[in-house]
Ligand binder design. Structure first.
Ligand SMILES: *Cc1c(COP(=O)(O)O)cnc(C)c1O
Length: 475
């Protein structure tokens, strides 16, 4: 009898070929596709998702056409060159190929003994990044699903190490610009939200280390146990990079765990001219970086680097009689001992293969390109008479608004939201906004694999035209 699931080689080849054919077409069309489809799914499509489970199979063509024609287009186009929204990333084809390879060979990387060479290869990719990104010698880490989970793991490790069982008075410190995942992490880690102390920022939205030191001292005087500070290298609102070296001084003096959230901006340490912004990273206890943003991987790969992997082992280690023996200490890592996960995919391959195939230089060059393109947009907007830039770009992100003198703040916000809608309606670039000190701002972030000078020049023209139309009322 024919095996219904374990397909013969020619049928697998056909399936892959049919996917490849459609993918080639998908990628070729990206430059012409809308930067985002904002219409949402129609009634007819939603009805398809209410269909009952199928008892028998359907033809390959029918299923793939449904995906490529009905499902994939209903979305922000997060694989396209016009995607300048939130924090973009990629869909790097070589990483996608690695994911396919890893899934078919199905190596188990939760424990070292199950696939020691595959685990070592993943550890090597992590070590490469630790070194490229300036962590202390001997730093290791673990690949996660993204920055939110990396931040959570770091916070739990710090809590276990510094507070042990009683954490009712353990305080942690974040800037007012911190990513919301830190507050979520605190809640999930069982910490009262009131224990998350917000440190004010300077006029460029960077954490003020003097204020941090003061708040920590005041807390200690009142019997709290300060244990954790999160600095950010590249905030989501304005791309601000907190002063790492000075924050590290405070962390050292006060014996706080220093976590650095570089989910967006950490990879810019690869660009030589930006390295000065990262002085102090070698003193961090942990550093979260998102390969699915700045290394252009598809969604689903985050990285937590830690100075001492044993801190993660202490927090997440565990054994059971049905599991194989774990490595005791040191460099050979059982990944199930350093995260809440047990079974996991061989996710290291999607980092290792692109680094091995393209070299770190290719990523360095791409990141330098994104930064230079951002400076180009910044210069163009700076020469507009009524544009106010919240803070110049430190990496590849900045926020701006159009001023409308003589109008109320509410009216000005409304007009800037309207400006954003009109820009996005053009379909060539997709921007998102944020609120800074009560004023709505538009954000420009250039970090997409496929965003190059041609799209950026086109985007600048669109920005100029829509700013002029909003200014003069003529369109
Ligand atoms: C994206 C981001 C996060 C969250 O990362 P996910 O991968 O989306 O979970 C955290 N912090 C910063 C600064 C980010 O840019």
């Amino acid at each position: 009898m024919r095996d219904e699931l374990d397909l013969p080689p020619e049928e697998i080849s056909n399936l892959i070929h049919e996917i490849d054919r459609r993918l080639a077409n998908f990628v070729a069309r990206l430059p012409d596709d809308a930067a985002a489809s904002l219409d949402g799914p129609g009634e007819e499509l939603l009805a398809r998702f209410a269909e009952p489970p199928p008892e028998s199979g359907a033809p390959v063509d029918e299923v793939l056409d449904f995906l490529f024609e009905e499902v994939i287009p209903v979305s922000f186009n997060a694989a396209g060159p016009g995607y300048l929204a939130y924090v973009p990333g990629g869909g790097l084809p070589s990483a996608g190929a690695a994911e396919y390879l890893a899934a078919i060979v199905n190596r188990y990387t939760g424990v070292w003994v199950a696939a020691p060479a595959a685990v070592e290869l993943e550890t090597q990719a992590i070590r490469w990044l630790a070194e490229l990104l300036g962590m202390a010698r001997g730093a290791l880490g673990v690949l996660t699903s993204g920055g939110s989970v990396s931040n959570l793991i770091a916070l739990v490790a710090a809590r276990e190490k510094l507070l042990r069982r009683d954490f009712t008075r353990g305080t942690l410190y974040v800037s007012s610009e911190v990513h919301h995942s830190l507050r979520k992490a605190a809640r999930v880690a069982g910490l009262d939200p009131a224990l998350v102390r917000e440190v004010p920022v300077d006029d460029r939205f960077r954490m003020r280390p003097d204020a941090l030191a003061e708040i920590v001292k005041a807390d200690r005087a009142e019997g709290y146990q300060p244990f954790f500070v999160c600095a950010t290298t590249g905030t989501v609102n304005t791309g601000a990079v907190d002063p790492l070296a000075t924050i590290a001084d405070v962390a050292e003096a006060e014996k706080l765990w220093l976590h650095v959230d570089g989910a967006y901006g950490g990879v810019f340490r690869l660009v030589d001219e930006l390295a000065p912004l990262f002085v102090g990273i070698e003193r961090a206890d942990s550093f979260a970086v998102d390969p699915h943003k700045g290394l252009f991987l598809a969604y689903g790969t985050g990285l937590l680097l830690v100075r001492d992997i044993d801190d993660l082992r202490s927090a997440f280690g565990g054994s059971a009689p049905y599991l194989p023996r774990m490595q005791e200490v040191g460099e050979h890592v059982d990944f199930c001992e350093v995260t809440p996960e047990l079974s996991r995919d061989w996710r290291g391959l999607r980092l290792w293969l692109p680094l091995r195939l393209h070299g770190a230089g290719a990523f360095r060059h791409a990141l330098r390109e994104k930064r230079e393109l951002t400076l180009r947009v910044h210069d163009a907007l700076r020469s507009e008479p009524d544009v106010e830039i919240a803070s110049p770009p430190e990496l590849s992100l900045f926020a701006f608004r159009q001023r409308h003198p003589g109008t109320s703040i509410d009216e000005e916000n409304r007009r800037n939201r309207d400006l954003l809608d009109r820009i996005n309606d053009r379909g060539r670039i997709f921007l998102t906004g944020t609120t800074l000190r009560g004023s709505f701002h538009l954000r420009v972030i250039i970090l997409h694999l496929r965003t190059h000078a041609d799209r950026v020049e086109e985007g600048i023209e669109i920005l100029r035209e829509e700013l002029r139309a909003a200014r003069t009322g003529i369109r």
